[in-house]
Write a protein of this length. Structure first.
Length: 165
């Protein structure tokens, strides 16, 4: 009888272990360094450079429709005045072709937006405040199955972002 109980306990434990939450993907990372706008962040080495400009970079994930961008931006209002972080946040929220699923404003440090553009492309975007404009780390993807992967990538990029002097 004890052997039968141990046998069934082993089966239940193995079934329970197969039902674990998915873990964040493990990557090796490379550092993008922008000396012109004095910032850096890490991205997975398996991503390829799609565009590299003076103000930042856009990277693509192989065999998936995923784009990661990190760049510097100046944001102005209709009167061509520079805006503060709250005004930039409010301006983003007024975008007509975007449906937001998550919006977070973090004091005067940064804000985070998550949603869908034109009902086709999902995105996650961090806008980080700076005395010289804003730094933006964002990811876009079209397959919802990639949401967890994209969240891990963009969060790592944001968490490793830093200004350099």
């Amino acid at each position: 009888m004890n052997k039968l109980i141990i046998f069934f306990a082993g089966i239940f434990i193995s079934i329970g272990c197969n039902n674990q939450q998915p873990r964040e993907p493990e990557f090796t990372y490379e550092t993008y360094l922008n000396q012109d706008y004095e910032f850096q962040f890490e991205y997975p080495t398996k991503m390829d450079v799609v565009m590299n400009h003076l103000d930042g970079i856009r990277l693509g994930y192989p065999e998936k429709d995923i784009l990661l961008g990190g760049y510097h931006a100046f944001i102005i209002n209709d009167e061509s005045d520079w805006v503060n972080l709250k005004e930039a946040y409010d301006q983003d929220l007024k975008s007509e072709n975007v449906k937001y699923s998550n919006t977070e404003f973090h004091d005067e440090d940064y804000y985070f937006l998550e949603g869908m553009i034109d009902g086709k492309t999902s995105f996650m975007k961090y806008t980080i405040n700076s005395e010289r404009g804003f730094y933006i780390i964002e990811i876009q993807y079209t397959d919802e199955k990639d949401a967890q992967l994209c969240k891990a990538i963009v969060n790592h990029a944001k968490n490793t972002f830093k200004r350099i002097e």
